[in-house]
Design a protein around this ligand. Structure first.
Ligand SMILES: [Zn+2]
Length: 296
């Protein structure tokens, strides 16, 4: 983990999952926490080595790689804030393996630090719009798609974008990036293209001043993946079971799920594509012979 300075008030700790940091009038705020105690301890150590203050933490969304270290901060007396829906999940983190496992009590192997963070009481929820907290005047942006209630932070013309988009390297690595809602993912990406800011930092990737082409690359990935779903349906006489279509979709992308958890994350993105394609009238989703069928 490395502390990188963007300007006098904005920094980030570059890692597999970035942790943002803003400072003003001897008051500091983290943006996200990394996945566990070990990652947040590294971040806190980096700040103290540079004599940088820490008072608040804003958590962008309830994925464990972004809030897993929050309970450590809470014990240290750091004030936590998060978007409303995401706050509810952080306070009840069983919800993530539960929803991945179709709403049933999850398998033991799904209850790991990648899918279920330590529960943490968040001090306050934040709504989109202007937010005054300590000396900070923040603009909280509602950036749904990757998760339902994800928020980004705009401060001093720098956008902390969470997982609204992935850096190019992360985008290539993930192949099928995680999303919960395809329509909102694309709308959020389009909106970020038109907003004015000096530069942006994603949850996974590096800070960029010119972020437009990275945003476009993200949009293209989702559009191409949805086109692939349509192509597979066409090639199979216009009708496939949901599970069979998902298998063919992963095979076509040369993805081998290494665990049930990973498979379920891919399935969520795939389901988000099916929802969008169905509501756009490009496929039909019906139940037949006790199978969900996707047809033209
Ligand atoms: Zn995420």
């Amino acid at each position: 983990m490395e502390l990188k300075k963007i300007n006098d008030n904005c920094y980030y700790m570059s890692s597999a999952v970035n942790i943002g940091y803003i400072v003003k009038d001897n008051t500091g705020m983290l943006i996200d926490t990394g996945i566990d105690d070990s990652s947040i301890k590294k971040a806190v150590k980096l700040l103290s080595e540079e004599n940088l203050p820490l008072n608040y933490c804003f958590i962008t969304h309830a994925h464990t790689d972004h809030f897993g270290g929050a309970s450590y901060l809470k014990k240290k007396g750091i004030r936590l804030c998060a978007p409303k829906v995401e706050k509810a999940i952080m306070e009840n983190p069983l919800l993530e393996p539960l929803y991945l496992w179709n709403g049933a009590f999850p398998l033991k192997e799904l209850r790991n630090k990648f899918l279920e963070g330590k529960p943490v009481e968040v001090d306050e929820f934040c709504s989109p719009g202007n937010m005054e907290i300590g000396p900070f005047h923040l603009e909280i942006l509602h950036l749904p798609g990757h998760s339902i209630g994800q928020a980004g932070v705009l401060f001093n013309d720098i956008l902390f974008a969470a997982d609204a988009y992935f850096g190019r390297e992360a985008l290539e690595k993930h192949i099928v990036p995680f999303i919960a809602d395809a329509q909102q993912t694309i709308e959020t990406l389009e909106r970020l293209k038109s907003l004015p800011y000096e530069g942006a930092i994603p949850g996974h990737g590096e800070f960029e001043r010119e972020v437009k082409s990275t945003l476009e690359a993200n949009i293209s990935v989702h559009k191409e993946l949805m086109d692939l779903v349509l192509e597979i349906v066409e090639q199979n006489e216009g009708k496939l079971s949901f599970d069979n279509l998902l298998k063919k979709f992963l095979d076509e992308n040369h993805i081998q799920s290494g665990s049930i958890g990973q498979y379920l994350l891919y399935r969520t993105t795939f389901t988000a594509y099916i929802t969008k394609l169905t509501s756009d009238g490009l496929v039909k989703t019906v139940i037949e012979d006790n199978q969900i069928l996707i047809s033209q």
